[in-house]
Design a protein around this ligand. Structure first.
Ligand code: COA
Length: 665
């Protein structure tokens, strides 16, 4: 099996596990267990601990989590019953027998872990997986005594592990590469985001977190813990001391930074104060104190200094990739922006100044080994693979179900431009990362700034369309591989591809009307011009957010094929690219007749926006060229951005409530 950036492109030979044992019933062990049972409800899960009380608490927690999920409508009663059934909590290692995978989440103690793995190996099959949830101890050390080390590695989760998507998967020297591939596939297919990391002390993300905390503590000569947390709030949702208080983290920093100091040098030595303090005097998370600007400047420089120093070190030593580092910092560590985005926003001169100051204050800490611009050359939201001469471009924004914004659209365009002139490239496939979504539309988080400004909203539509207009004119085929949902702007992107294929469970929808807006980047024009036979269906989709399942879309001629699973979908999409190569595409310039809308059924959606949609669809259909039809869409989007309905719909999405369009009209 080859190694693809998108872990789902190939299905591994090893099957899904039927029985997993977790050793350690503290906090993270059971949380990992709950994630596993939620993803695979029929899994047999064994929780092993030396303390019966911990096991009892773990089982109680499973029940609480499942009850909450039912109360929030995230799980049915029947699903909750399956998730909580089949869990064996025991102090007896004999229960490991028959496990396909043993995951250790015990205390961070090398000797203890080695004893546990010796016990484990004596009881399970030679090819059963063994992984440890250590946050810092290299796999080479903890698994040194195993008889079959090829099946073992570190899988490092982040709190709360049942919900936090990030898992570091360590590519250790002794680990069989097929095991790393399998773990990446397993985590991705069960909704996690695996980040492959080199087997060094503290891997990738704890190097950021531990040193961020350590340098914060070294800064205490110049500012209080509350002041440092308040400055850190510019970058993270919780400051270093707030997190240390919450996680009882002081001993962890002592341990992990001592480990780094022993291997990499004295500059990593933990701040002595960690050994004297149990809890820091700081504000609760979310609250800040006023910091005098001179103090704030010192702290800000120091925090950015350590962050950027670790960032360049991680990239120079290939501990992880730039895109993974950004994702991990945001999703696992709570950074508002990834460190490379912060560096890009600060500009090279400022980054150089901060790092030079850091070099003076912290001699020995890593400094860039390359030109700063070099570190910025990576795709932030895309993975790019190659299958049989076809570039597979995977949208990866797991925090927003791969939702698009203008920057991401431009990134797709840049990748296409980079490869399309290459005679070895036969075409492209667009796919979505993970099991749930091709793309959940335009990023709604970006909308509030557009509300009330018709010209800015229309321009945003044009900006997001640069890639779509490019697709219209391309001669090399681009095929959309729709796995899961294709919503709104995601569906508009797919509909501009030269062919669309989907998994059987896929769903196409224009949910914009539920937000009080309309699809502004082609959705009002392209479907009617391309599949006029399905016009009545599109009317319903636009006015009532009607969902179209994959079977209906195939019957209507919108999809050109269905696949059973993700890997089969990619194969189908690649074969479509091959089949379409060299074929000319029908121009969509001619006006098209669309049926009248007729009276709308009472939908509860905004009447004003419904009227805007009906009017724009009719005018776009009559427009003399596709470009003119698209322009009608951009402008209609601009008009909806000024409606009270849009304000209400977008606020309701952010607040996770039902919008009330009766009030807005
Ligand atoms: N833009 C930004 N974020 C989005 C998004 C979008 N279009 N679609 C989903 N997300 C985010 C959610 O806010 C959520 O983030 P959180 O975990 O930080 O709260 C995360 O993705 C997962 O979505 P969630 O709503 O929790 O999953 P779900 O299974 O309950 O619902 C959807 C899935 C797709 C039905 C729902 O997310 C949705 O309706 N999204 C909006 C789709 C839309 O209207 N698209 C058109 C935009 S023009």
């Amino acid at each position: 099996m080859g190694s693809f950036q998108n872990p789902l492109i190939e299905t591994p030979a090893r099957r899904l596990p039927g029985r997993i044992a977790i050793i350690g019933a503290g906090t993270i062990g059971p949380d990992i267990g709950y994630y596993l049972k939620s993803a695979l409800p029929d899994l047999q899960l064994v929780l092993v601990d030396i303390a019966q009380a911990s096991l009892d608490r773990a089982v109680a927690r499973f029940g609480e989590y499942a009850r909450k999920a039912v109360a929030r409508g995230r799980m049915s009663e029947a699903e909750a019953a399956r998730v909580t059934a089949g869990v064996q909590a025991t102090t007896d290692y004999a229960a490991l027998a028959g496990a396909d995978w043993v995951l250790e989440a015990a205390t961070e103690d090398l000797a203890l872990k080695r004893r546990i793995f010796a016990e484990v190996e004596a009881r399970i099959a030679a090819d059963a997986l063994i992984t440890s949830n250590t946050s810092s101890l290299p796999a080479a050390q903890i698994f040194a005594g195993l008889r079959h080390p090829g099946r073992a590695t570190v899988t490092h989760f982040f709190a709360p592990a049942w919900r936090n998507p990030i898992v570091e998967v360590i590519a250790a020297a002794a680990t069989d590469p097929a095991v790393v591939e399998y773990l990446r596939w397993f985590f991705c297919t069960t909704g996690k985001v695996p980040l492959v990391t080199r087997d060094v002390e503290c891997f990738m993300l704890d190097r950021i977190f531990d040193n961020w905390c350590n340098d914060a503590a070294l800064c205490l000569e110049r500012a209080t813990a509350a002041e440092i947390d308040s400055v850190a709030a510019e970058f993270v949702s919780a400051g270093p001391f707030q997190v240390l208080n919450m996680a009882n983290g002081n001993p962890i920093i002592v341990e992990t930074n001592t480990l780094q100091a022993e291997v990499e040098g004295e500059h990593y030595r933990p701040a002595p104060i960690f050994r004297s303090v149990a809890s820091w005097a700081t504000q609760p998370i979310g609250r800040t104190v006023t910091v005098p600007e001179a103090t704030a400047a010192v702290v800000r420089d120091r925090l950015r200094g350590v962050l950027w120093s670790q960032t360049v070190d991680i990239l120079d030593r290939e501990i992880g990739t730039a895109a993974d580092l950004g994702l991990g910092c945001r999703l696992a560590l709570g950074f508002r922006e990834g460190p490379l985005d912060l560096m890009a926003a600060a500009g090279e001169a400022e980054v150089r100044r901060v790092l030079q100051r850091f070099a003076v204050e912290r001699p020995g800490m890593p400094q860039p080994r390359r030109a700063l611009a070099d570190y910025q050359r990576f795709e932030r939201g895309l993975l790019v693979d190659e299958v049989d001469g076809v570039r597979i471009i995977t949208l990866r924004r797991p925090e927003a179900m791969n939702a698009l914004h203008d920057g991401l659209n431009d990134e797709i365009l840049a990748v296409i431009r980079r490869h399309e002139a290459d005679p070895a490239v036969r075409g492209f496939v667009l796919a979505g990362y993970g099991p749930r979504a091709f793309c959940a539309g335009a990023d709604i988080g970006r909308f509030p700034t557009l509300l009330g400004d018709a010209a800015a909203a229309a321009q945003y539509g044009r900006d997001c369309s640069r890639v779509l207009v490019h697709l219209d004119a391309m001669s090399k085929p681009v095929v959309a591989a729709i796995n899961g949902v294709a919503l709104g702007g995601g569906l508009e992107l797919a509909m501009r591809c030269h062919a669309l294929v989907a998994t059987r469970g896929a769903r196409l929808q224009f949910p914009e009307i539920t937000l009080g807006i309309l699809p502004g980047i082609g959705g009002l024009a392209v479907p009617y011009r391309r599949w006029p036979q399905a016009a009545a269906l599109f009317h319903d989709m636009l006015r009532a957010a009607r969902r179209m399942d994959a079977g209906q879309a195939l019957a209507a001629g919108i999809l050109s094929g269905l696949a059973d699973d993700y890997a089969a979908l990619i194969r189908l999409a690649v074969s479509q690219v091959h089949a379409l190569a060299g074929q000319s595409r029908p121009a969509l310039d001619a006006p098209v007749a669309v049926p009248a809308f007729g009276a709308a059924a009472a939908t509860g959606f905004s009447r004003e926006v419904t009227a805007l949609i009906e009017d724009a669809v009719q005018r776009a259909a009559a427009a003399p060229t596709l470009a003119a039809a698209l322009e009608i869409g951009y402008q209609a989007f601009g008009r909806t951005a000024c409606t009270a309905a849009a304000r209400e719909g977008i606020a309701a999405f952010a607040e996770r409530r039902k919008p009330d369009f009766a009030r807005t009209g």
